[in-house]
Design a protein around this ligand. Sequence first.
Ligand SMILES: C[S@@+](CC[C@H](N)C(=O)[O-])C[C@H]1O[C@@H](n2cnc3c(N)ncnc32)[C@H](O)[C@@H]1O
Length: 295
Amino acid sequence: MELSGSIPKFRECSGDRKYRDLRQADLQTDDSAKLFRHLENLAQRSGREITSMRVLDFGCGRGEFVGYLRSKGIHAYGVEIDEKFLAAGAVLDSLYRDERPLLALVGVEGKVGFPDGYFDLIIANQVFEHVAQLDLVAAELYRLLDSRGYLLTLFPARFKVIEPHYHLTMVHWLPKGPLQQGLIRLLVSLGFGVAPPEGMSRQMMGKVIAEYAQSETFYRSNKLIAEVCNAKGIALDFRLVPEHMLKMKLARSSGLQHLVYVFVARLLPLVALRNSFKTCAAVGRKHRLEYESGA
Ligand SMILES: C[S@@+](CC[C@H](N)C(=O)[O-])C[C@H]1O[C@@H](n2cnc3c(N)ncnc32)[C@H](O)[C@@H]1O
């Protein structure tokens, strides 16, 4: 295969905002507000105020959501494997003083520098699909989560039709390897997918995306993700979030729209199917109370 280590990183070529220095104005986004509502719902399930809980954003990027949570008075931290993203979020430590840095690097073998059971809520938003060794991450999430805590993980479903990072249709359904890489390069050279930055050819962008698909995205079925987490002591529930979203819609709607939602609510197993084709949201709880090393 022609791909080599000299190929630029997809994230750098696609104008990923996580490389840009975070500003206070970036913190209040609709996406953060939505995520926050999910966390509030989980806090309610625990019978606690979210402001009394410790929250970890695992795979936090430049820490936008950590900043959002801090702006609400929540004891939030973020961890990340990419040092450049952490550097872009450096402003958070001057905005919100704490005895610990708000954002920290994930160490060797995926270890994070917080004590066992330190967090009441952990969110991993759009992270699992980038994790090569999900079992290591699941074991660390298990270690970090309080015995009554909740994990919320959101990720693009295995069979989402358009791949959400490089915007090609269905190629991520294929197994990794020469066929997938060849098809990606062909489609990108024909003008599909994320456009190259100025000065880069489509042929090179095809290589960049093929390399990204090969080494930085890992699509797995929900069943496999649930099995990996379960083996490390976390039981995932894929219905809770769709159910909660429907309840919120029912509460806010009226007239014909309300009737439509009532009808959809009857078909909830079908709604849960969206988990296979759209963004999937699963809630995890510990089903084993002591960490068994090597489990
Ligand atoms: C698509 S970004 C999402 C960032 C952020 N959660 C958000 O919603 O904006 C995925 C992030 O996960 C991070 N990541 C990937 N693998 C990781 C791992 N094993 N441990 C921690 N972070 C990881 C990446 O560096 C990247 O910042």
